[in-house]
Design a protein around this ligand. Structure first.
Ligand code: PLP
Length: 392
């Protein structure tokens, strides 16, 4: 029997994913635990137990020890916390003089954390969106003891980065590697040791947990961040003060546990649908460009454009057809800026302006893909008429 046509089709899972049922139930249950996790009485201990259980679940997702997981308010905060010149390894107090970032990092990494602007260098990517490892090697050789931040997979293109290769280069040069795994977690393996990362960022809401919870995970207890962003009551072993978001953390833990158990099946499901979507797209619009197609990509992400398309208009047109997608352009302070990711990949500004991101998730169905393709057929027809009008 054909699947019933959905009312709306959500294709913006890289922006955020819906809350998983397991996470919602855990969240609701935790709301009735009244104690403060720092209190010594039974109520406080009950709240503490919930947090420590979640810490184990998140640690397992990253292949880390529970004691190396520090909860934060978001992936953004975890990135900010990680990017400090003061990082110490084995209590060796030698400040990191430079921060090396790939040219395609998320805004929260691009901001540079606590490094001065002048201390930051960008490492270019290849045309397929993967880090230029040769350029990384040169930059590491020039920068004694650098801190390097490289995302595991890009949020716009889905391109998976050569993290383990980068880690070998960074460590050979005495550097520390921070990996933003916010988009990769739950879609591909993000084992901190296999990646060779010293620090790893996770965010709950991309894996089916609630918004407003994240974690910074360290690869070894020898690594210290002596300058927390938020000081006060000493929570999170002094690294992140403030009474913990118990329900949010508990739900994050449940989402992490669910993802660990279901990742392979969900990734296979998403990949099959994503491939069907891309095949349909290419059939309707043979001239469509899918970015990063030559590289390994997350199983759920397609960033595409056709000449002459305006992404903002396309997103609105899709929305009117019941399909939620996003533009590849980032909107900040009311101004739409061209994607720095596509610019770094050498894509022309004209094509970049038309980039639309379609991202799938575990609840996406083939009926959703049909709905997307139906909407795209209409848009593509209108666009080609418009383009013929311009040409004439
Ligand atoms: N890093 C990447 C790659 C992201 O895509 C995002 C969010 O889109 C973040 C970090 C920020 O995470 P959060 O929304 O939890 O602040």
């Amino acid at each position: 029997m054909p699947e019933p046509k959905p009312q709306r089709s959500y294709f913006d899972w890289n922006a955020t994913a819906p809350l998983r049922t397991e996470a919602r139930l855990a969240f609701e249950g935790a709301l009735s635990i009244g104690g403060n996790p720092s209190s010594v009485h039974a109520e406080g201990r009950a709240a503490r137990r919930l947090i420590e259980n979640a810490r184990e679940q998140v640690a397992a997702l990253a292949g880390a020890r529970p004691g190396d997981v520090f909860f934060t308010s978001s992936g953004t905060e975890a990135n900010m916390l990680a990017l400090t010149p003061a990082i110490e390894i084995a209590n060796e107090k030698r400040p990191r003089s430079r921060l090396l970032l790939s040219a395609i990092e998320h805004a929260s990494v691009r901001s540079g954390g606590r490094f001065a602007r002048e201390a930051i260098n960008e490492i270019p990517v290849e045309a397929d969106g993967r880090l230029d490892l040769g350029a990384l090697e040169e930059a590491v050789a020039k920068a004694p003891l650098p801190l390097v931040s490289l995302m595991q997979a890009n949020n716009e293109t889905g391109v998976v980065q050569p993290v383990a290769e980068a880690a070998a280069i960074v460590h050979a040069g005495g550097g520390v590697l921070h990996v933003d795994a916010v988009q990769a977690a739950g879609r591909i393996a993000c084992d901190i040791a296999a990646l060779g990362a010293d620090l790893l960022t996770l965010s709950a809401h991309k894996i089916g947990g609630p918004k407003g919870v994240g974690a910074l995970v360290r690869g070894s207890e020898d690594l210290h961040i002596p300058d927390p962003l938020i000081r006060g009551g000493g929570q999170e072993r002094g690294l992140r003060a403030g009474t913990e978001n118990v329900a949010g953390i508990v739900a994050f833990g449940m989402a992490a546990a669910a993802v660990r158990q279901k990742r392979d099946a969900e990734a296979g499901h998403m990949l099959a649908l994503r491939n069907a979507l891309e095949t349909g797209l290419a059939t309707i619009s043979p001239g469509a460009v899918i970015f990063g197609v030559g590289a390994e990509r997350l199983p759920n992400t397609t960033l595409f454009a056709v000449q002459g398309m305006n992404a903002e208009t396309a997103v609105i047109a899709f929305d009117l057809e019941g399909v939620a997608v996003s533009s590849g352009a980032a909107c900040s302070s009311g101004r739409v800026q061209p994607s720095h990711v596509l610019a770094a990949m050498g894509v022309s500004p004209a094509l970049t302006r038309g980039a639309v991101r379609v991202s799938l998730g575990w609840e996406t169905t083939s009926a959703d893909v049909e709905m997307f393709l139906g909407a795209w057929r209409k848009l593509a027809t209108a666009l080609s008429k418009e383009n013929r009008g311009i040409a004439a």
